[in-house]
Write a protein that binds this ligand. Structure first.
Ligand code: PLP
Length: 378
């Protein structure tokens, strides 16, 4: 059977990984500033993570949600504490798309409405509602297309207010990434997030904070929406949550009251998934990784802004985008081939930095040196 390639492949086979380093089958070392797409939050093969997962696997790896799973209770407690949302409720699932799908569904159960407001350049996943709320028609199948999703311009308070004045009573939810990832690292403004909060309250719509990529401490706050000082009604989370183990969830405000049957899953919240998620939160809390991401990110962005070749540096914490002109379209490729540094990208010309939250300053500096070399040589 032939394999379906999910993405165009780099011709590299990673066989080992430690911290912010990965190694290929020929023993070549790479600096990982991509984290397999913002997934590696506490570094590859972290000893505490290995210990937590292997010890759980030796006891019980999986049982379904038909029995008590103590790890879920422990995870909900710790997540409530670290995220500052102790009065919220946790539903565990398996992927970012599934988390958003359930968030959008729960909002509709809450207010009985259908209309969803999403924003230009958004990405919310590939399942039916999540992909319909994603601003990329090329990945929306005819069966997913729905007139119930409205795309409005990002960070445009006036257009949002005008829309709500006309159709606010039909809006079920507003879904927004605090920092758009796939869309090119665009930070939602404080004024915009505050306007969403105000309008959702006024019209009894649900504010969904997609924190799948920008959450879990990556921005220097637990949820990147926290930079605006407002709380959302539902937070979806995934990528950094399990440091590579598939685990996701939604954190649900007390005003929503999900009932049996509204949300469900076979694999979600299994013993191993909880062990992975607990290990991640424990390391984040013990090592102060959120504050570290804020500090290192601020330093890095200040240094990056000194390069006149970069048109704009955007982001918060360790979620950073370098907006480059067309003449630098090969930079990402060269960083990998010549400097052995993995980075992410957003078409056409944005390089995305999504490293582990415990990246060291020396590694951030190694990237700056690589940029110096590339810009000098061209
Ligand atoms: C903001 C955002 N939401 C949702 C998703 C979908 O997550 P998953 O691929 O785990 O379904 C992604 C994935 O890139 C994302 O960046």
């Amino acid at each position: 059977m032939q394999l379906f390639d999910v993405y165009p492949l780099n011709d590299i086979t990673i066989t080992e990984a430690r911290g912010s380093r990965v190694y290929d089958d020929k023993g070549q070392e790479y600096l990982d500033l991509y984290g397999g797409h913002a997934v590696i939050s506490i570094g590859h093969t972290h000893p505490h993570y290995i210990q937590r997962l292997t010890s759980q696997l030796g006891k019980v790896g999986f049982y379904s949600n038909s029995v008590r799973i103590p790890g879920q209770v422990e995870l909900a407690r710790l997540l409530g504490e670290v995220s500052g949302r102790e009065d919220y409720q946790l539903f565990l699932c398996n992927s970012g798309a599934e988390a958003n799908e359930n968030a959008l569904k729960l909002a509709s159960f809450y207010n009985g409405r259908k209309k969803i407001v999403a924003f230009r350049k958004s990405f919310h996943g590939r399942t039916s509602l999540a992909v319909a709320a994603t601003d990329n028609p090329s990945i929306v199948a005819p069966v997913n297309a729905t007139a119930d999703i409205v795309f409005l311009p990002f960070n445009d308070v006036e257009t949002l207010e005008t829309f709500f004045a006309k159709e606010g009573s039909q809006v079920s939810s507003v879904i927004i990434e605090g920092i758009q990832g796939v869309g090119g690292i665009n930070v939602a403004s404080t004024a915009f997030l505050q306007a969403i909060r105000r309008l959702c309250d006024q019209y009894d719509a649900i504010f969904i904070a997609d924190s799948v990529q920008c959450g879990y401490g990556r921005s220097g706050k637990f949820y990147s929406h926290d930079h605006s000082g407002v709380s959302a009604d539902i937070y979806s989370m995934a990528k950094g949550m399990g440091n590579g183990f598939p685990v996701a969830g939604i954190s649900i405000a007390p005003k929503l009251h999900p009932k049996y049957g509204m949300l469900g899953t076979t694999f979600g919240g299994n013993h191993l998934a909880c062990a992975a998620a607990l290990a991640v939160l424990e390391v984040i809390a013990k090592d102060g990784l959120i504050a570290h991401a804020a500090k290192l990110g601020a330093y890095w962005m200040e240094e990056l802004r000194k390069f006149k070749q970069i048109k704009e540096v955007r982001g918060e914490g360790l979620m950073i985008g370098l907006d480059l002109g067309d003449e630098w379209k090969d930079l990402k490729k060269n960083l990998l081939a010549k400097h052995r540094i993995f980075t992410g990208e957003s078409k056409p010309n944005v390089i995305r930095l999504l490293p582990a939250l415990n990246l060291e300053q020396a590694d951030a500096d190694r990237f700056l040196e690589a940029l110096h070399t590339e810009f000098k040589n061209s």
